[in-house]
Design a protein around this ligand. Structure first.
Ligand SMILES: *Cc1c(COP(=O)(O)O)cnc(C)c1O
Length: 430
């Protein structure tokens, strides 16, 4: 039986998906991929313009990553980091620390887990350094840090998080504009000053998505705004937690978004792009000072009692090491400017009257369309219509997100933006 699309409806529960809608709309089943193209069960090819949910970096089936995983498979697929260690985890920890300029790496397997670990580390570090009143977290308005309960607690997207409020802990919400407008940022900053003054003594940490709030629809702020918030938080005694899950590994044009900001966070979370988009792996990096608060005799009970079965899975670590090799040897970051430029130009060419805003930083972009009532599902319909143009994108609120793999060529990026224009013109003729 190869009727995958019919069988899909029987037992699968898709993430972030209303199944009443999914069951009635055209569905795609992806069987293979090559470079930046996904190939469905009918052999039709599509450009992967959302990097398979923001994680693919160097394209699919990259020979070096494929080979690294196969080589590791010839040694061991999984062995634990609880009470044992293994070479790929050791080497990856060394290289991540050098890259992020931090000292310690705690591995897990999703961005949400990396954030949970960060929250627990920061909370426990404050407790164990005697700052027992520091029990709360400050987080940005419209934040998204993942879907587990701790990360949802610091999240601020009502549509995703509202229903869970009664089971969440309270975060101190820091206002944040949706675009880097100097006046709006100044207003938010003066409110933030007051909030940090009022609640600063109770804050364990301040968590933020640096420069781009992806899941909120590519809301963006300036490096100067974020640097000012970080100074306020640090002066209040809070530890800084940068959630680079979406922005890490080249997305914003630099290796990490914090490279634009010039502030060193105390804790950094990475996931999505870490393995080049191959396997689930995440990491929470911290300073040696924070790590120091967890040391002592066993019966001082200072241990971080947290871990996951597949922590630092060797296959995933091998993929991550190969991905870092590609960054290094193929000068991936140096090759980005023409791609970023192609995206910028492509977005500018979208002159349809329903395009109300374009947002971009590096290879992260969104096209907002409107005005349409929510039940018209226009951004979603636009994303579906792009498939007829041979391009896979996803909608987010009233926007369509474009997040091409770093490996996509300028010409392919232009094909993606043109596809949005063509699809929109088919949906809403001039
Ligand atoms: C995707 C995302 C997460 C969650 O990562 P998962 O691997 O999906 O759990 C956390 N933070 C940010 C900023 C993200 O974009």
């Amino acid at each position: 039986m190869t009727d995958w699309l019919a069988r899909d409806l029987q037992h699968l529960w898709h993430p972030f998906t209303q199944h009443d809608e999914w069951a009635t709309e055209p569905r795609l089943c992806i069987e293979r991929a090559e470079g930046v193209e996904l190939i469905d069960t009918d052999g039709k090819r599509y450009l992967d313009a959302v990097s398979s949910l923001w994680c693919n970096v160097h394209g699919h089936r990259h020979p070096k990553i494929d080979a690294a995983i196969q080589e590791q498979l010839g040694r061991v697929a999984h062995t634990t980091l609880l009470g044992l260690t293994h070479p790929p985890a050791i080497e990856l920890a060394e290289r991540l620390c050098a890259l992020v300029n931090l000292d310690r790496v705690f591995f897990s397997d999703s961005g949400s887990s990396a954030v949970e670990v960060a929250l627990k580390i920061v909370f426990q570090a404050q407790q164990q350094r005697g700052q027992v009143q520091r029990t709360r977290f400050a987080a940005l308005a419209e934040a998204y840090h993942g879907d587990t309960i701790g990360s949802v607690s610091v999240g601020g997207i009502d549509l995703f998080h509202g229903v869970y409020r009664p089971m969440l802990f309270d975060a101190v919400r820091i206002p944040c504009p949706d675009r880097p407008d100097p006046e709006a940022e100044a207003r938010c900053l003066s409110q933030a000053e007051r909030i940090f003054r009022e609640h600063g003594d109770t804050l364990a940490g301040f968590i933020f998505e640096p420069l781009v709030q992806g899941a909120a629809g590519m809301r963006m702020h300036s490096p100067a705004f974020l640097a000012a918030l970080c100074t306020l938080a640090r002066d209040a005694g809070a530890l800084l937690v940068a959630d680079e899950v979406a922005t890490g590994f080249g997305r914003t044009g630099t290796m990490f978004a914090m490279d634009h900001v010039g502030v060193k966070a105390d804790v950094v979370c990475v996931a999505k792009g870490i393995t080049g988009g191959y396997l689930p792996l995440a990491a929470t990096l911290t300073t040696e000072a924070i790590f120091g608060h967890f040391r002592g005799p066993y019966t001082a009970w200072k241990t971080l009692f947290h871990g996951h079965t597949y922590t630092a899975n060797p296959l995933a670590c091998a993929a991550a090491l190969a991905s870092l090799d590609i960054f290094q040897h193929e000068e991936v970051l140096a090759g980005l400017p023409p791609k970023v430029e192609a995206l910028r130009n492509g977005l500018l060419l979208l002159q349809h009257r329903c395009v109300v805003e374009r947002r971009q930083r590096g290879l992260m972009a969104a096209v907002r369309i409107g005005p349409f009532p929510a039940d018209a599902r226009m951004s979603h319909r636009l994303a579906l219509a792009c498939r007829d143009e041979g391009v896979i994108v996803r909608s987010l609120g009233d926007a369509v997100v474009l997040m091409p793999p770093l490996a996509m060529s300028p010409a392919q990026i232009r094909t993606c933006t043109a596809a949005i224009g063509n699809a929109l013109t088919r949906l809403v003729p001039y």
